[in-house]
Design a protein around this ligand. Sequence first.
Ligand code: HEM
Length: 404
Amino acid sequence: MTTTPEQLPSHDPFGEPDPAGFLLRTGAQTRLAWLPPFQSCLVSKYEDVLPLLKDPRLINSTMIYLFEQLSPEDQHKVRHVRRSIDMWMGGSTFENHARFQKQLKSSFSVSAVNALRPRVRELTNELLDAVVDKGSMDVRADLALPLPANVIATMLGIPVADRELLRNWSHNVLQIFQQGTMERLLAGQDAIREMEDYLRPIVAQRRTDPRDDLVTMFTEDEREGRITEDEIVANCVMLLFAAHQTTAAVITHGLALLMQHPEQMTLLRAEPDRMPSAVEEIVRFDGPNKAIARHALEPIIIGGHHFPAGQGFLLSLQYANRDPDVYTDPDRFDITRESAHRHLGFGMGTYYCLGAALARAQVDECLRIVLDRLPNLRPAEDEAPEMAPGRQFGHIYDKLPVRF
Ligand code: HEM
């Protein structure tokens, strides 16, 4: 028998003072819940979320859930956001999506990323050189944001000198995914338009003057008729955004977690080879993507409940990564945790994060250098950190002042 929303416990996360904490509590209380603002069913348990991430009957529906909260007039006002995001990674057809993945895969493979490691080290050192004599910095503004912005700008072939522009734009694009108020959506839409206007001349230039970068790769595809100019600029916007805010959040939260757990920081300084598993634990414990949206293309059964085709789901990566059936003492931050790498913080299956290797390498190299060069790293005594809404339910550091 089909499960209807009335049969599930119903909650409004946005009515809660701490939506991320709410997600965790709901996951602990009930396997499935109904979230009226999303017209979606919240799925929390690791054993449910993992197979659903891999299930070809479910399609990524971030835009559907963002737009369903708006009136038809408001949807019309921000139609450019929808049009652009609908083109990200080939949009909603599996065929187009697979084509984009195939095309981009080699540029983001482990070996391609390893070749970038010296550049990541160089950039991290340059950013620290600029603050080291001051004895203080804001981790987010001085290190975590500029590092990934530089790296992805270099990969795309965009002048690194424009990184301040990129930073502001990607900050505004992030607003689209923050509890969708119209003001935020319109700011995000303006940023997308400005980024597209900025990118078009670069695309035009690469058509006649090819280089070893991703924009040139896209223009070669365009010549073969596999991609349009609109798709090129939409996907450059997507790459700049996807690579920037997520990685910055992991670097900032990672350093905050290490400062909150000084014994873990001491262990990591003494045994830097533990860094890869520390990075996994940071993403498990406090990854930036708290939940992801899917729609069922066919009827689907979860935990004995039958759902019809068209049903929306929100998969709670946050709860799955803290599921006590998978992780012992899940709310403890522990860089020696052997099971940390099983986390779902980069997704899994069809939409598995394209930039996972790049993100891991940047966080790894950056944190090694910070711990090595700043032996006295500590939170600023006289300046409090500031938090802002992150993607979906979470909060990210907007400012993390430190001394060293
Ligand atoms: C630590 C940092 C990062 C985290 C935690 C993260 C997380 C994620 C997650 C959870 C997904 C799956 C979304 C879904 O299933 O709907 C995803 C997808 C994606 N990520 Fe990341 N990401 C990070 C860094 C990056 C970087 C550096 C890039 C740069 C290329 C990137 C590009 C993408 C793309 C293109 C997708 C969509 C993949 C597809 O549809 O096939 N991400 N990411």
